[in-house]
Design a binder for this molecule. Structure first.
Ligand code: GDP
Ligand code: MG
Length: 169
């Protein structure tokens, strides 16, 4: 089996960190500075008979006043066309207008692919109860096929995302 999986989300939610974790190597640049990833970065995860191309997709959130942003958005949107699954990464502590914008782009996209909400940085959440109201609110916004709380940094539940990615092929 083989296929492609896109990782989308506003800057700083941990897309690049997740890609590195999924691939168990550092191929994507991570940074506190937003929009470090100006280019699409992809990596191939191989195990046994399955190969999955993971695409770290920057740019789906940005406003379209500047021509370069329009181009980046278009590139990001086109990379969603052929994927079997989209991992929508959000920060477990904050939902912003940029998240909403990314979600809007997902709504306009294809319907056959799987969409998984990955709520990242749960390692920073001390009271697990804090996550629940947030989870419920965000999950109401879109009919996600799955919702997975993760820590891209520590690797928590990253294997679960890999399983879902394999199943989507
Ligand atoms: P991107 O802009 O979405 O690609 O985000 P990055 O992967 O570059 O990460 C942005 C910042 O969030 C970096 O400082 C990361 O170290 C941090 N970060 C990413 N994942 C996690 C996580 O699971 N937990 C915590 N605490 N920080 C994270
Ligand atoms: Mg990045």
């Amino acid at each position: 089996y083989c296929g492609m999986v896109a990782i989308v989300g506003r800057p700083n939610v941990g897309k690049s960190t997740l890609l590195n974790k999924l691939l168990k190597q550092k191929i994507s640049i991570t940074s506190r500075k937003p929009q470090t990833t100006r280019h699409r970065i992809m990596g191939i995860h191989t195990d046994g008979p399955s190969q999955i191309v993971f695409i770290d997709t920057p740019g789906l959130h940005i406003d379209e006043k500047r021509a370069i942003n329009r181009l980046m958005n278009r590139a990001a949107a086109s990379s969603l066309a052929d994927v079997s699954m989209v991992i929508f990464v959000v920060d477990g502590m904050t939902w912003t207008a940029d998240d909403e914008m990314v979600l809007g782009k997902l709504r306009r996209g294809g319907e056959s692919r799987k969409t998984v909400l990955a709520i990242n940085k749960v390692d920073g959440i001390k009271e697990k109860e804090e996550l629940f109201p947030y989870l419920i609110e965000v999950s109401k916004k879109y009919p996600f096929d799955d919702i997975v709380p993760i820590s891209a940094k520590q690797g928590t539940n990253v294997e679960r995302l890999l399983d879902l990615a394999r199943e989507s092929l």
